[in-house]
Write a protein that binds this ligand. Structure first.
Ligand SMILES: Cc1cc2nc3c(=O)[nH]c(=O)nc-3n(C[C@H](O)[C@H](O)[C@H](O)COP(=O)(O)O)c2cc1C
Length: 338
């Protein structure tokens, strides 16, 4: 199937998340069937003279394709230059972050603040689209606040400017991460939209992913935090959509996933970076398994990588059959850049 101009296997994809959707995790999630991956947000201001840290954020490997690099900023000139840098780096598309609610970002007029002035926004988007051959996509929220939920107007402006698709996180900027994502609203926007619409927010099971896709008529469903506690969610959603049996998550399968992640992390980060990232992911993956609290404590105290992975393999091997899914209703990672 096609998502805008991009050929994809199915409509379920990983959401961009700062500090999380780095190249090793994107690579892993592509392998576990996220249909597309997108980098975390990277500042367009000064991307031309970027620091090594910024350039590192823009790196990807071939197996991630289709891969988009996400930028944020407020000045047309910088955003255009950033699009051109992303194109030169060979990414499949460039995504503009228009959903970030963080005060430091919106104060300058970037992130979610861009939706507040659709006329100005239209000019900026048109300039970005004109400046590159690769598709330009955007990720927005439903609006600035409850009284200004103008996503439909933003989608229209984006369509006129030549944007390829719009991903919508179903909350306003004012909501941050509180309340529920409003999928009825996303469905209404989709019904009026000339562009492909990707719905996003609070999808934590394959059943929800498929049901959101079918109920709201969206072109795709984007999953962020749900993938951190169930990294198999994309392949499960795809299987469910196609009417295939959903594969059981066995100890062998999760250990195989961990072993891959271990290699990809080590290829990208030094041993300290690998350790820090591994701890985070292992803590998330362990949600709901018996002994998870104890395991997390261990994970953050083990000072050495080999011992950490050994402990992880032991933990998942011992506990995999007894996951208690009630953790899904608990609040999780209630803050981020979109
Ligand atoms: C820790 C964290 C970091 C995030 N960073 C980004 C980001 O860099 N760019 C972006 O567009 N959205 C970002 N988001 C928002 C997610 O892409 C997504 O819209 C949001 O988490 C809701 O979807 P979910 O309920 O499936 O997680 C971030 C979210 C979290 C939790």
């Amino acid at each position: 199937m096609k998502l805008g101009p991009i050929e994809v296997d199915h409509p379920f994809l990983l959401a961009p998340m700062a500090g999380i959707t780095n190249s090793p995790f994107r690579r892993l999630m592509r392998e576990y069937q996220s249909s597309v991956v997108i980098s975390e947000l990277v500042s367009a201001n000064g991307i031309e003279y970027a620091s090594q840290r910024t350039l590192d954020l823009l790196k990807y490997v071939e197996s991630e394709r289709p891969v988009g690099l996400q930028i944020f900023g407020e000045e047309e000139e910088n955003l255009v230059k950033a699009c051109q840098v992303v194109e030169r780096m060979g990414a499949n598309f460039v995504d503009l972050n228009m959903g970030c609610p963080v005060p430091k970002v919106v104060k300058k007029g970037a992130g979610a603040a861009m939706c507040r002035n659709p006329v100005e926004l239209g000019k900026i988007l048109a300039a970005m689209v004109k400046s590159v051959k690769i598709p330009v996509t955007i990720k927005i929220r439903t609006g600035w606040e409850a009284s200004l939920r103008n996503a439909s107007e933003v989608v229209k402006v984006a369509a006129d400017a030549g944007v390829a698709w719009v991903a919508i996180h179903g909350r306003t900027r004012a909501q941050g991460y509180s309340g529920d994502a409003d999928w009825d609203f996303i469905g209404d926007v989709k019904a009026k939209s000339a562009l492909p619409i990707i719905g996003n927010g609070d999808v934590v099971t394959a059943e929800q992913a498929v049901s959101r896709y079918k109920t709201y008529g969206v072109d795709a469903v984007m999953i962020g935090r749900g993938a951190l506690r169930n990294p198999f969610i994309f392949e499960q959603s795809f299987d469910l959509l196609e009417g295939r049996d959903v594969k059981v998550v066995t100890a062998e399968r999760i250990i195989e996933l961990l072993a891959k992640q271990r290699v990809y992390l080590a290829e990208c980060f030094d041993s300290r970076g690998t350790l820090l990232h591994a701890r985070k992911f292992l803590a998330w993956y362990s949600s709901g398994y018996p002994g998870a609290a104890e395991f997390r404590k261990n994970v953050f105290h083990i000072p050495e990588e080999n011992a950490l992975w050994d402990e992880a393999y032991r933990f998942f091997d011992a506990s995999i059959r007894k996951r208690d899914m009630s953790f899904l209703s608990e609040p999780f990672l209630m803050g981020g850049h979109g």
